[in-house]
Design a binder for this molecule. Structure first.
Ligand SMILES: C[S@@+](CC[C@H](N)C(=O)[O-])C[C@H]1O[C@@H](n2cnc3c(N)ncnc32)[C@H](O)[C@@H]1O
Ligand SMILES: *[C@@H]1O[C@H](CO)[C@@H](O)[C@H](O)[C@H]1NC(C)=O
Length: 270
């Protein structure tokens, strides 16, 4: 660097100084006066939830993304306190997946989320913390050790928004649908049993539960090279090939070990 250049960096010109000061004032003003929505649903450092509402004077505001990560930390902390370790794969291990799920659930029209595979509650926490008011219906074969503390934590953090049905989803999903014929899922997340049989049954059963107006189907462990990806992929690809599932987009982590797809059902017009 030559002398004159160094001088220029060392002593900013008057207009540059004025600009920097103006910019700082502008940023400070914006920060102080930012029209932040009230803390409904999960808020950092606040584990009790007030009455959820998606609206405030400025119109719809999506839940802040840092809240989602804070909620994940809070779950991890609760599990640690309970002295349990979640050994199975979970969506929090992949930041881009957590953020993708959060962006899906943040949307105002998402009110009902259905998923197979609760496990340690990581995806459940993503759904519930990224939406102000959506309700989650989870279906799971519970794990004896970390199942109960994970459920208790999610239920405590999001009271009235979390429902779980224990048992094999190939049995519980049809039963649930029969008992709740008017319940429709805006988001469907297939992440339960990873055998072909369970995966295709989940996809088939959720077909009849999808919101006819608009919905999103997400399935974990697709387009990836792990053994746990093989049979879910076979089920998803079959549904697409048979024409009742429309694949929108798939994502694979750069190392190739994690991936998921998004799509929607091709619903028959009644
Ligand atoms: C990969 S984990 C789910 C991870 C979770 N969605 C997350 O991202 O944190 C799969 C879960 O599905 C459950 N499961 C396995 N087979 C099932 C079945 N037939 N019906 C319901 N749940 C099942 C397992 O017990 C486990 O809790
Ligand atoms: C959540 O807590 C309520 C109130 O204690 C209870 O009735 C409900 O069964 C719990 N639900 C789950 C999924 O743990």
């Amino acid at each position: 660097m030559d002398q004159s250049n160094q001088q220029r960096w060392a002593r900013p010109s008057f207009p540059v100084l004025i600009g920097a000061v103006a910019l700082s004032l502008f940023a400070a003003y914006g920060f102080i006066h930012s029209n932040r929505p009230p803390h409904h649903g999960y808020a950092p450092g606040q584990h009790v939830v007030s009455a959820p509402s998606a609206h405030y004077s400025g119109g719809f505001q999506p839940a802040p993304l840092p809240t989602v990560l804070d909620a994940q930390d809070s779950l991890t902390e609760a599990l640690k306190k309970a002295g349990v370790v979640v050994d199975e794969g979970n969506s929090m291990q992949v930041m881009e997946q957590t953020m993708y799920y959060a962006l899906v659930a943040q949307q105002e029209w998402i009110k009902t989320i259905c998923e197979t595979g609760f496990n340690g509650g990581h995806s459940s926490v993503t759904w519930l913390s990224s939406s102000w008011d959506a309700t989650l219906f989870s279906f799971d074969l519970p794990h004896a050790d970390y199942g109960p503390p994970a459920r208790a934590h999610v239920n405590r953090t999001f009271p009235g928004r979390f429902y779980i049905t224990d048992g094999d989803s190939t049995v519980t999903l049809p039963r649930f649908r029969e008992a709740n014929p008017n319940l429709h899922c805006d988001v469907i997340h297939v992440d339960g049993g990873h055998s072909y049989e369970v995966a295709i049954a989940d996809l088939r059963n959720f077909y009849h539960m999808a919101s006819p107006r608009r919905h999103i189907v997400l399935m974990d462990d697709l387009r990836c090279k792990g053994g746990y990806c093989v049979e879910p992929m076979r089920a998803w690809d079959q549904a697409v090939a048979e024409g009742w599932l429309n694949q929108r987009a798939c994502y694979t982590k750069s190392d190739g070990w994690r991936g998921w797809c998004a799509g929607e059902y091709v619903l028959k017009v009644e």
